[in-house]
Design a protein around this ligand. Sequence first.
Ligand code: GDP
Ligand code: MG
Length: 169
Amino acid sequence: YCGMVAIIGRPNVGKSTLINRLLGQKVSITSKKPQTTRHRIMGIHTDGPKQIVFIDTPGLHIEEQRAINRLMNRAAASSLADVSMVIFVVDGMTWTADDEMVLSKLRRGGEERQTILAINKVDNIKDKESLFPYLEEVAKKYPFDEILPISASKGTNVQRILELAAASI
Ligand code: GDP
Ligand code: MG
């Protein structure tokens, strides 16, 4: 059996790096330049009898004033409709208006799917305890099923994400 898992977040938080790490191969394009990923990129991870389709979902941070943005947003939001789990990726210690925008799209969706918050780039944070006030703050924003500090580039806690993804299916 199989299911879909969406990776959402504003540009440059490490979505493409994470999907590559989850899949163990380079299927998505990563770059320092924001918005390199213009299309949904998928990859399939096989876990015993389970197949997990990961979807890299850019564009949910875009404001909807312009018709083209509404269209792009709808395409991104539609990929949230049938997923068993959403991975909301944010940058360790920096919460921006774009993150807030992504969160507002997440709030529109179904409550029955698993939602995890992946706080990425923790390898950049020397003093791990400095993360705690941030964690407390973001935990109030949405009833996340799990909040995980991760490093997509180093692989920290990526295995845990795979376990949660498989369990959600
Ligand atoms: P996306 O726009 O969300 O898909 O972000 P990318 O995956 O393209 O990554 C944006 C930048 O952040 C790239 O320069 C990555 O190398 C860097 N990056 C991604 N994950 C990590 C991480 O865990 N730690 C650090 N230090 N840098 C990361
Ligand atoms: Mg990307």
